[in-house]
Design a protein around this ligand. Structure first.
Ligand code: GLN
Length: 309
């Protein structure tokens, strides 16, 4: 298996290098200035082995991948049925920040992995203050990564001062009755959760915790209940790459989640997770190189969950 993984990660890196095009997200000023040529891949297995190539110690903004861990936190509190009832469980087929996720579904945001559903998810995290709620979210990210994850003040300021569209989404949720706390508090904490820094090893460990049924394979600590893993992976399969989620499923058959910081995490349940990072994004907001790299890794390793074994 290790030999296979070494060869696969090398092939994935080559395939990623060949993929060109895309550009850094620029609607968040910080992201526009991250060096575009950074590229790293990491695989973490359920038995805790780690394989890496390229810029795997560069720390980048977690962005939308944070939605997975806040979904996990909320699901621990209210269960999959609570998530279905309050946030929705379906793909939107629309861009990540579309207000139509709310408008098309009588106020319920359809999916916890688009901005509307993710802001509503934050509003379900218990806490008397933004800081109390934030501490729980940061702790969940840290447990998944197996180390203390921290907020980047620079990313956070850049996002908090430009997140007007997300604030509008939060008020739409409020008017529809699906902001479950003060909407401006929810969007402020949502913006913080997008502004933490991870490297590719952290991201692969976070994915490997899902691959391993909710137990972090490095710390060996249970992070979430095993029963919550499958519904989270199902959400990732349906909505993890936004308007490209269908293409991604068709190509790789892997639950994945992207962020506009250039990170992409994919999970092969019961085996491993692959994370890749490269800032230039395609029109759907997904890293061009990371998609090419992970698709190639899947071709080598297998793992497409729809393929008969
Ligand atoms: N912070 C970003 C936003 O809400 C995250 C989006 C993303 O990574 N797709 O706009």
């Amino acid at each position: 298996m290790s030999l296979d993984i070494n060869a696969s990660i090398k092939a994935a890196y080559e395939a990623g290098l060949k993929a060109s095009g895309g550009k850094n997200a620029d609607y968040i000023p910080f992201l526009a200035k991250v060096p575009s040529d950074l590229f790293g891949i990491c695989i973490v297995t359920v038995d805790g082995q780690c394989f890496k190539v390229g810029d795997t110690d560069y720390q980048f903004a977690l962005e939308s991948i944070s939605k997975v861990f806040t979904l996990a936190l909320v699901m621990e509190n209210i269960g999959p049925e609570g998530v279905r009832e309050k946030l929705g469980d379906s793909p939107t087929g629309m861009p990540f920040n579309s207000v139509e996720a709310i408008e098309l579904n009588q106020g319920k945001p359809l999916s916890p992995l688009v901005n509307a559903g993710a802001i509503a998810a934050v509003s379900l995290v218990p806490g008397d203050s933004a800081d109390e709620c934030w501490a729980k979210i940061l702790d969940m990210q840290s447990q998944f990564a197996g180390r203390s994850i921290a907020l980047s003040d620079e990313v956070n300021v850049s996002e908090q001062t430009t997140n007007f569209h997300n604030r509008a989404i939060a008020w739409l949720l409020y008017s529809a009755g699906t902001a479950y706390s003060d909407p401006m508090r929810a969007v402020e904490v949502y913006t913080r959760q997008c502004s933490t820094l991870v490297d590719a090893v952290d991201l692969a460990t976070m994915g490997a915790t899902l691959a391993n049924g909710g137990v972090n394979p490095i710390t060996k600590k249970r992070v979430i209940q095993e029963g919550n893993v499958a519904p989270i992976l199902a959400e990732m399969m349906m909505e993890g790459l936004y308007t490209s989620s269908g293409d991604w499923a068709f190509t790789t058959g892997l639950p994945g989640k992207s962020g506009v910081g250039g990170g992409l995490m994919a999970v092969i349940p019961g085996k491993l997770a692959i994370a890749a990072f490269s800032p230039p994004l395609d029109d759907a907001g997904n890293s061009v190189r990371a998609q090419a790299a992970i698709a190639e890794a899947e071709r080598h390793l297998g793992g497409n969950i729809f393929r008969p074994k």
